[in-house]
Design a protein around this ligand. Structure first.
Ligand SMILES: [Zn+2]
Length: 741
């Protein structure tokens, strides 16, 4: 272990790992291991000379490059050659169809590149938005269906067979109808116990017998963890290790703002309506919402609002220093929990969730844990103490448990329950239609068994030949980011040491598993990746870029199109992930993944000024659905701006090394490769959102709306203004180019 740590900095410099598939192994299925690829990038032989030799286009371009240097005339291709394959004609057509060529690229480049996209791509009835991302996602879902429905008697992988079974069970609506609501009601009885909202029609609910802490213990086994939720995650003082993190329970309406923002009023109204409808279904035929029932529903809602009130705001949640509060269990108990439970209770409660004796032995009063928000626990437990002292108020807690569990599982029973949920979803999102069951099931199985499903997907749809080429691309991106660091004259620290020492911290949404507690974090362990997703990740503590197999297709990547388009799309995405290590949060973690201030005061002060400019720039972007939150989107905006800049210079590196001019697409002969690069970048983001869902998500979104992911970064790049010869002070060429990196 020690050796590994010592050589880590070298690994960081020379071998950023590039992972093509997820590596978490589901169950004991070792055959999944075959599908793990680590590609070291940065070794001389890995990237630059990598030539996948895909297709004749590349070969003819190479010929052309030699001739471009003036040795002898090229009978096929001129200097500004045009790619004349059928494929290139098709690509050219798609590119042109998305564009609004009559728009002025210097006024609004999103309109120029994507202006006609929405016309030919209406939002499907079952989606809240539609974009190139969403289209691939849909395609991957259809591919998943294909592999999940395929019978394969020769496939001996138990994990893959289980995934197929799970998919089948998910689709078995008939059986769900036969069973009715009974399984859920029985489950509620055994976890929550009786609760007044559903079980008090004959006044039999006994308030004095209700023990809220016993209910917390029973429900915590199902991952709910009300009022005392915890999971295993990275230790901020030692990123190789994991500790327990206590954090606020999730809210019924998802985000805190939804409870208070004026713009979410319709959502709150729809949720209250859903509460009534679902309650009627649970109470059965002939039931009505009496004033007594309505009173209880109001109490549940108000209690949830209280929990939202004491939860941290979305803005404060971005502040890492607020969420790092390491303390012993004894201290945690004394600080936040002593109004409700004893220290022994707390220890017992944690032990219940431990998988075996080795783990339970760890749980003593001296166990160090992190408490994300001690004040939240203090206030929630004070409230619980207050309510449990009064029998009339105990029902609020009992009903809260019952309601949240019932609502959480109600989608898994009969059609009538799903209909109620679907009505609510449509109301708040603007959806016209709920997606077909098979799509939901494919998504569900992919989520629950990501590795098994991913291996099925990769076997059938992933093109192995892409790997070396992408590895080369990653290498160029790293090199260009290093140059950006070296040229950042406002940094006072020695540039080499910045790359050397900098890693960031990404908290993945993963099904955190207590067993992590005794495992050392390493590059091959990341259970948050689903290979059959359409996404990319940067895991700075591992210095690892993970590009998920689903992303290796148009418009992100295509081995047989000119590479300026690949650098513009997948290249910018890789650059985006690299830059996250240096965004407002990532830059606060050092080379070992430690949360520490390793910057000079001067550099940090300048970084803060640059960040504030970025915040102000995006905070001024307004759509009819609302204003962009410049603070919550800061990290993603820094990554977007850095990503496209790195991709652009990485392409310059690449074409210089190749000594060639790549061909243009037919019909685009009057464009330069640089201009095409920017069109390629912008077109990744063509898309549209339903008004309701955008209005709902905008106040809490961490990503800027698509149009600003184009306009924002490109208006900050002198290379863009130059490529399109934009007049000074035109909207896409302001004299003040806001940039962090
Ligand atoms: Zn990002």
């Amino acid at each position: 272990m020690k050796i590994f740590r010592q050589i880590l900095p070298i690994l960081l410099l020379d071998k950023a790992l590039f992972l093509l598939t997820a590596v978490a192994v589901t169950g004991q299925d070792t055959s999944v291991l075959e599908l793990i690829y680590h590609i070291p990038v940065g070794r001389d032989d890995a990237g630059g000379s990598a030539n996948s030799g895909n297709g004749s286009l590349k070969e003819s371009v190479k010929v052309n490059a030699t001739h471009g240097a003036g040795s002898f005339p090229d009978p096929i291709l001129g200097v500004q050659s045009v790619c004349e394959t059928d494929h290139c004609y098709e690509l050219a057509q798609q590119t042109a169809l998305s564009m609004n060529a009559s728009a002025d690229p210097c006024l609004d480049f999103y309109d120029y590149a994507c202006g006609n996209w929405t016309r030919s791509n209406p939002i499907p009835d079952d989606r809240t938005n539609w974009s190139n991302f969403a289209a691939i996602d849909q395609k991957v879902t259809a591919q998943l269906r294909e592999v999940l429905e395929r019978e394969d008697k020769n496939d001996l992988s138990t994990a893959r067979q289980k995934a197929r079974k799970l998919y089948k069970a998910c689709l078995d609506i008939e059986r769900m109808e036969t069973l009715g609501a009974e399984p859920l009601l029985a489950f509620l009885k055994s976890t929550v116990g009786p609760f007044p909202l559903f079980d008090n029609q004959d006044n039999s609910w006994n308030a004095t017998a209700f023990d809220w802490f016993a209910t917390v213990k029973r429900t915590s086994k199902f991952g709910s963890g009300f009022f005392l939720a915890f999971s295993a995650g990275r230790d901020s003082d030692d990123p190789k290790k994991n500790i327990l993190h206590f954090s606020a329970s999730n809210l019924a309406l998802g985000t805190r703002k939804t409870y208070f923002d004026k713009s979410s009023e319709s959502v709150r109204k729809a949720y209250k309506e859903y509460m009534r409808n679902l309650t009627l279904l649970f109470l059965g035929n002939g039931s009505v919402i009496t004033p007594a029932i309505q009173e209880q529903l109001d109490e549940i809602y108000d209690f949830d609002t209280f929990l939202a009130q004491v939860s941290r705001s979305e803005e404060d949640s971005r502040n890492i220093s607020l969420s790092i509060n390491k303390m012993t269990l004894e201290k945690f108990h004394g600080t936040s929990l002593n109004t409700t439970i004893s220290l022994e209770d707390l220890i017992d409660y944690i032990k219940i969730r431990m998988p075996n004796k080795t783990f339970t032995d760890l749980v003593t009063k001296d166990l160090v844990v992190n408490v994300a928000n001690p004040d939240y626990f203090l206030r929630v437990h004070e409230k619980l103490a207050e309510y449990s002292r009064q029998p009339s108020k105990r029902r609020i807690i009992a009903n809260y448990f019952g309601w949240r569990m019932a609502v959480g599982y109600s989608y898994k029973i009969t059609q009538r329950f799903r209909d109620a949920a679907d009505e609510y979803t449509k109301e708040i999102s603007g959806l016209q239609k709920i997606q077909e069951r098979w799509k939901a099931c494919a998504g569900f199985v992919n989520y629950e068994m990501n590795t098994a499903v991913g291996s099925l997907y990769i076997k059938s749809f992933f093109d192995e030949a892409s790997k070396p080429k992408i590895a080369g691309l990653v290498k160029d991106l790293r090199a260009s980011f290093s140059t950006i660091l070296k040229n950042a004259d406002w940094l006072t620290s020695e540039p080499g040491s910045i790359w050397n020492n900098t890693l960031a911290f990404v908290k993945f949404d993963s099904n955190n598993n207590i067993e992590k507690l005794l495992k050392e974090n390493n590059r091959s362990m990341d259970d948050s990746l689903a290979p059959a997703d359409v996404n990319a990740y940067y895991s700075p503590p591992n210095n690892m870029i993970a590009l998920v197999a689903g992303i290796f297709q148009l418009p992100f990547y295509d081995a047989s199109r000119p590479d300026y388009l690949n650098y513009a799309s997948i290249g910018a995405i890789i650059g985006h992930e690299i830059t996250h290590g240096f965004d407002d949060r990532g830059s606060q973690f050092d080379g070992e993944g430690l949360y520490t201030n390793w910057w000079s005061a001067e550099s940090r002060a300048r970084y803060t000024v640059k960040s504030a400019e970025m915040m102000a720039k995006y905070g001024n972007y307004i759509l009819p659905e609302g204003r962009v939150n410049g603070f919550l989107t800061l990290g993603e905006n820094i990554a977007d701006n850095g990503g496209v800049k790195e991709a652009f210079s990485a392409y310059q590196l690449y074409s210089k090394r190749k000594g060639m001019v790549e061909p243009l697409l037919p019909g685009f002969e009057s464009y330069t490769q640089e201009q095409m690069f920017f069109i390629g970048y912008a077109q990744v983001w063509c898309g549209a959102d339903r008004e309701k869902s955008l209005r709902l998500s905008l106040p809490t979104q961490s990503h800027s709306p698509r149009r600003f992911r184009v306009i924002g970064p490109l208006s900050g790049m002198p290379q863009f203004a130059e490529a399109y010869q934009c007049p000074a002070e035109s909207p896409m060429n302001p004299s003040k180019k806001v940039a962090v990196w």
